[in-house]
Design a binder for this molecule. Sequence first.
Ligand SMILES: [Fe+2]
Ligand SMILES: [Fe+2]
Length: 245
Amino acid sequence: MAMSTAHITTDHGKIQEWARQRGGKPAEVEGTGDGGPGVLRIQFAGDGEGQSLKPIRWPSLFRKFDEKGLGFLYQETTETGEPSRFCKFIYAPRGVLARLLSEHEDVRQTLEAMAGSTSRASRKRGRLLESLKKDLLPHMAGEEQVVYKAVRKACRNDRQIQTVLEGYEEHRHARRALQRLERADPSSAEWSTRQKVLKELLEHHIADEESEFFDLAYELLGADGLEELQAGYSAKEQSKLAAIS
Ligand SMILES: [Fe+2]
Ligand SMILES: [Fe+2]
């Protein structure tokens, strides 16, 4: 089973252990004064060519990590089950982003359970699909109508606007893939194929959201702005849930 999804942590011990197991060392990019999350890095033997990475000590990395309010996005294993070196420092999810993150975790778990189900377990597949719908549709409605909308308004250039528009586009694909899965017989090969397509689509979308979109949202709205979006998001989610139940 693929366990290639990325996780976010702020736990210093966890970060250090993850890096140690892979021979990674704490480092920072030299000569950038902007102070964004990308300044801190984990350096592996053989990489960093052409980049001016400066080794730093763990206490110094964690001081900056805490000061900037960062989180660590990382992957345990790759698609093929090898230890993954994928990692990135990002702004730790605040306000409404923390809520989105925990809902993503629910969606990922349901997707894993669906992938692990057999064609003989039609009823179970039906229940899992129902639970995915109830998690996913209100989540996407809340994102689009509250979070994406607020971020879109605050965008200052085309690249930022494109990041938001990609989110809407990926939601459209996800809704279509979900509808196709609903129309398939849970004991058929079509169901398994459509489930796989939906899972890949959603995992890709969620990973993009947690790295690029979360960073953009934090950059444009700040911790206070993200805090303020919480109530509106909950209300939108509730009304969507009522509409589909
Ligand atoms: Fe989304
Ligand atoms: Fe999301």
